[in-house]
Design a protein around this ligand. Structure first.
Ligand code: DLZ
Length: 160
């Protein structure tokens, strides 16, 4: 799968998601962008066979809250993989750095603690245009890519 441009990925290289269950956590901050990521992720999961009943979408206020939202899924539902979707845009203060550090380490911790895939679908950009370019714009939709990564990781886990 191409990492820069999803239009180049080989659809046949993606396993069927027919019997897989997914949680998606979406940050409400930068909603125009995160809602586009979520739309892409859901459409891609369904394109590969996931059913509506097997996709659960929940919302958290900001990207910083994504790991806890993911943990709620891990603790409370029978979910094969969780996709975390957010968008952090560089501002004038160091808030950007703290949010990015928190969500990154939090996501790593979830993967290892629960031994299941928590997919990092967070855009970390210098400005809004860069984010729009990656949420259905000229660089594709990173929500699609997160969905494919989730399917592949569930399939990998099942292969062991
Ligand atoms: C506070 C804040 C700021 C300044 N910027 C963003 C951002 O660009 N993207 C995002 O998802 N969230 C942002 N937030 C909110 C934090 O993620 C978090 O919701 C608050 O700090 C409360 O914990």
């Amino acid at each position: 799968m191409a990492t820069k441009d999803l239009s180049a990925y080989d659809i046949n290289s993606v396993p069927s998601a027919e019997n897989m269950t997914f949680g998606i956590v979406v940050a409400e901050w930068n909603w125009e962008i995160t809602s586009a990521l979520a739309k892409g992720a859901v459409a891609t999961l369904k394109k590969h066979g996931a059913t509506d009943e097997n996709i659960s979408v929940k919302y958290v206020p900001g990207t910083f809250e994504l790991p806890l939202g993911g943990q709620f899924f891990a603790e409370m539902a029978n979910i094969d993989a969780v996709i975390l979707l957010g968008c952090v845009i560089q501002g004038e203060t160091r808030h950007f750095d703290y949010i990015c550090e928190g969500v990154t380490q939090g996501t790593v911790d979830l993967n290892l603690k629960y031994n299941k895939p928590f997919i990092f679908g967070v855009l970390t950009t210098n400005d809004e245009q860069q984010a729009l370019d990656r949420a259905g714009g000229k660089h594709g939709n990173k929500g699609d890519e997160a969905a494919i990564t989730a399917i592949k990781m569930v399939s990998l886990q099942r292969s062991f």
